[in-house]
Write a protein that binds this ligand. Structure first.
Ligand SMILES: Nc1ncnc2c1ncn2[C@@H]1O[C@H](COP(=O)(O)OP(=O)(O)OP(=O)(O)O)[C@@H](O)[C@H]1O
Ligand SMILES: [Mg+2]
Length: 256
């Protein structure tokens, strides 16, 4: 595949923390405009992968690039074309939602007229326009999450990394975010790299799914390919078969 159609490439990407191998030799190719969902158990290495791909953490070994920019030697270029919704984001609680988004827009050097239009549109899509001047400290956790999603998409990044975007969102807000991602991917060819535990969300949102287990990519394919290869009728069933976490009832009560 030619470089100009590739959004993310990794070759042997590895991160260890002492004796813990968080990501073990990840080889991945994500074409431009793909909606890629990364699934995997707690501690599988999803967030570590995202941190490396957004230039926040140096790999122990291996390589990766985003739109041809090396994640180590060109991390500023990588940061300029990516958006990140972190797993545990920080917010400036003494700012209102509108002020926070203005601040993020200024950091990304957005022109004022474009910025204000986008803030209005995003806050209205996310149902926050009537609360946009309230301080973020007064927001519920789901409302904060919506503002953070808006801040990730505000500068129209070429690649948006969303680490568990639907955590804290109610079901209708999750559907809204799903539709927003699908619309943006179609309109703007944004590449989405989404870590999630919600298998039905992953099924609906993505055209490619990767399953990471103990730092290794154990499956990559379209939702249908994964269902077929696991002989499963839902992604949740396929996931459980692939990751293989069987629980026996006796063991569950053994602590008593
Ligand atoms: N800064 C760190 N220092 C030490 N170990 C770390 C650090 N960050 C992650 N790890 C370890 O790396 C492994 C992968 O963690 P990571 O956060 O990437 O998992 P995850 O797939 O995102 O899990 P979750 O679904 O719980 O968010 C875990 O064993 C974790 O303890
Ligand atoms: Mg994580």
């Amino acid at each position: 595949m030619k470089d100009d159609v590739l959004s993310i490439t990794t070759k042997g990407l590895t991160k260890s923390f002492g004796s813990v191998m968080a990501v073990a030799g990840l080889d991945l190719i994500v074409p431009v405009g793909t909606r890629f969902a990364l699934l995997g158990p707690n501690g599988a290495g999803k967030t570590t992968t995202v941190r490396m791909l957004t230039g926040l953490m140096r790999p122990t070994s291996g390589r990766a690039s985003v739109f041809g920019h090396d994640i180590v030697s060109q991390k500023d270029e990588v940061k300029a074309i990516t958006g990140l919704l972190p797993e545990t984001p920080g917010l400036y609680s003494k700012l209102s939602a509108a002020e926070f988004l203005e601040f993020i827009g200024a950091l990304n050097r957005l022109q004022a007229d474009v910025l204000y239009d986008r803030i209005d549109s995003l806050l209205s899509i996310l149902g926050l326009e009537s609360r946009q001047d309230d301080l973020l400290e007064s927001y519920s956790s789901g409302m904060k999450q919506k503002v953070l999603i808006a801040s990730t998409l505000l500068h129209e990044p070429k690649v948006a990394f969303l680490d568990e975007p639907t955590s804290r969102l109610d079901p209708s807000a999750s559907v809204l975010v799903k539709e927003l991602i699908l619309a943006l991917a179609e309109e703007t060819k944004t590449t989405f790299f989404i870590c999630t535990h919600m298998t039905s969300f992953a099924h609906d949102i993505s055209d490619v799914i990767g399953i990471l287990n103990e730092g290794e990519l154990v499956t990559v394919g379209s939702p249908d390919e994964i269902l077929e290869s696991a002989r499963a009728s839902s992604l949740e069933e396929a996931y459980l078969k692939i990751v293989g976490r069987k629980v026996d009832r006796e063991a569950l009560l053994s602590w008593r």
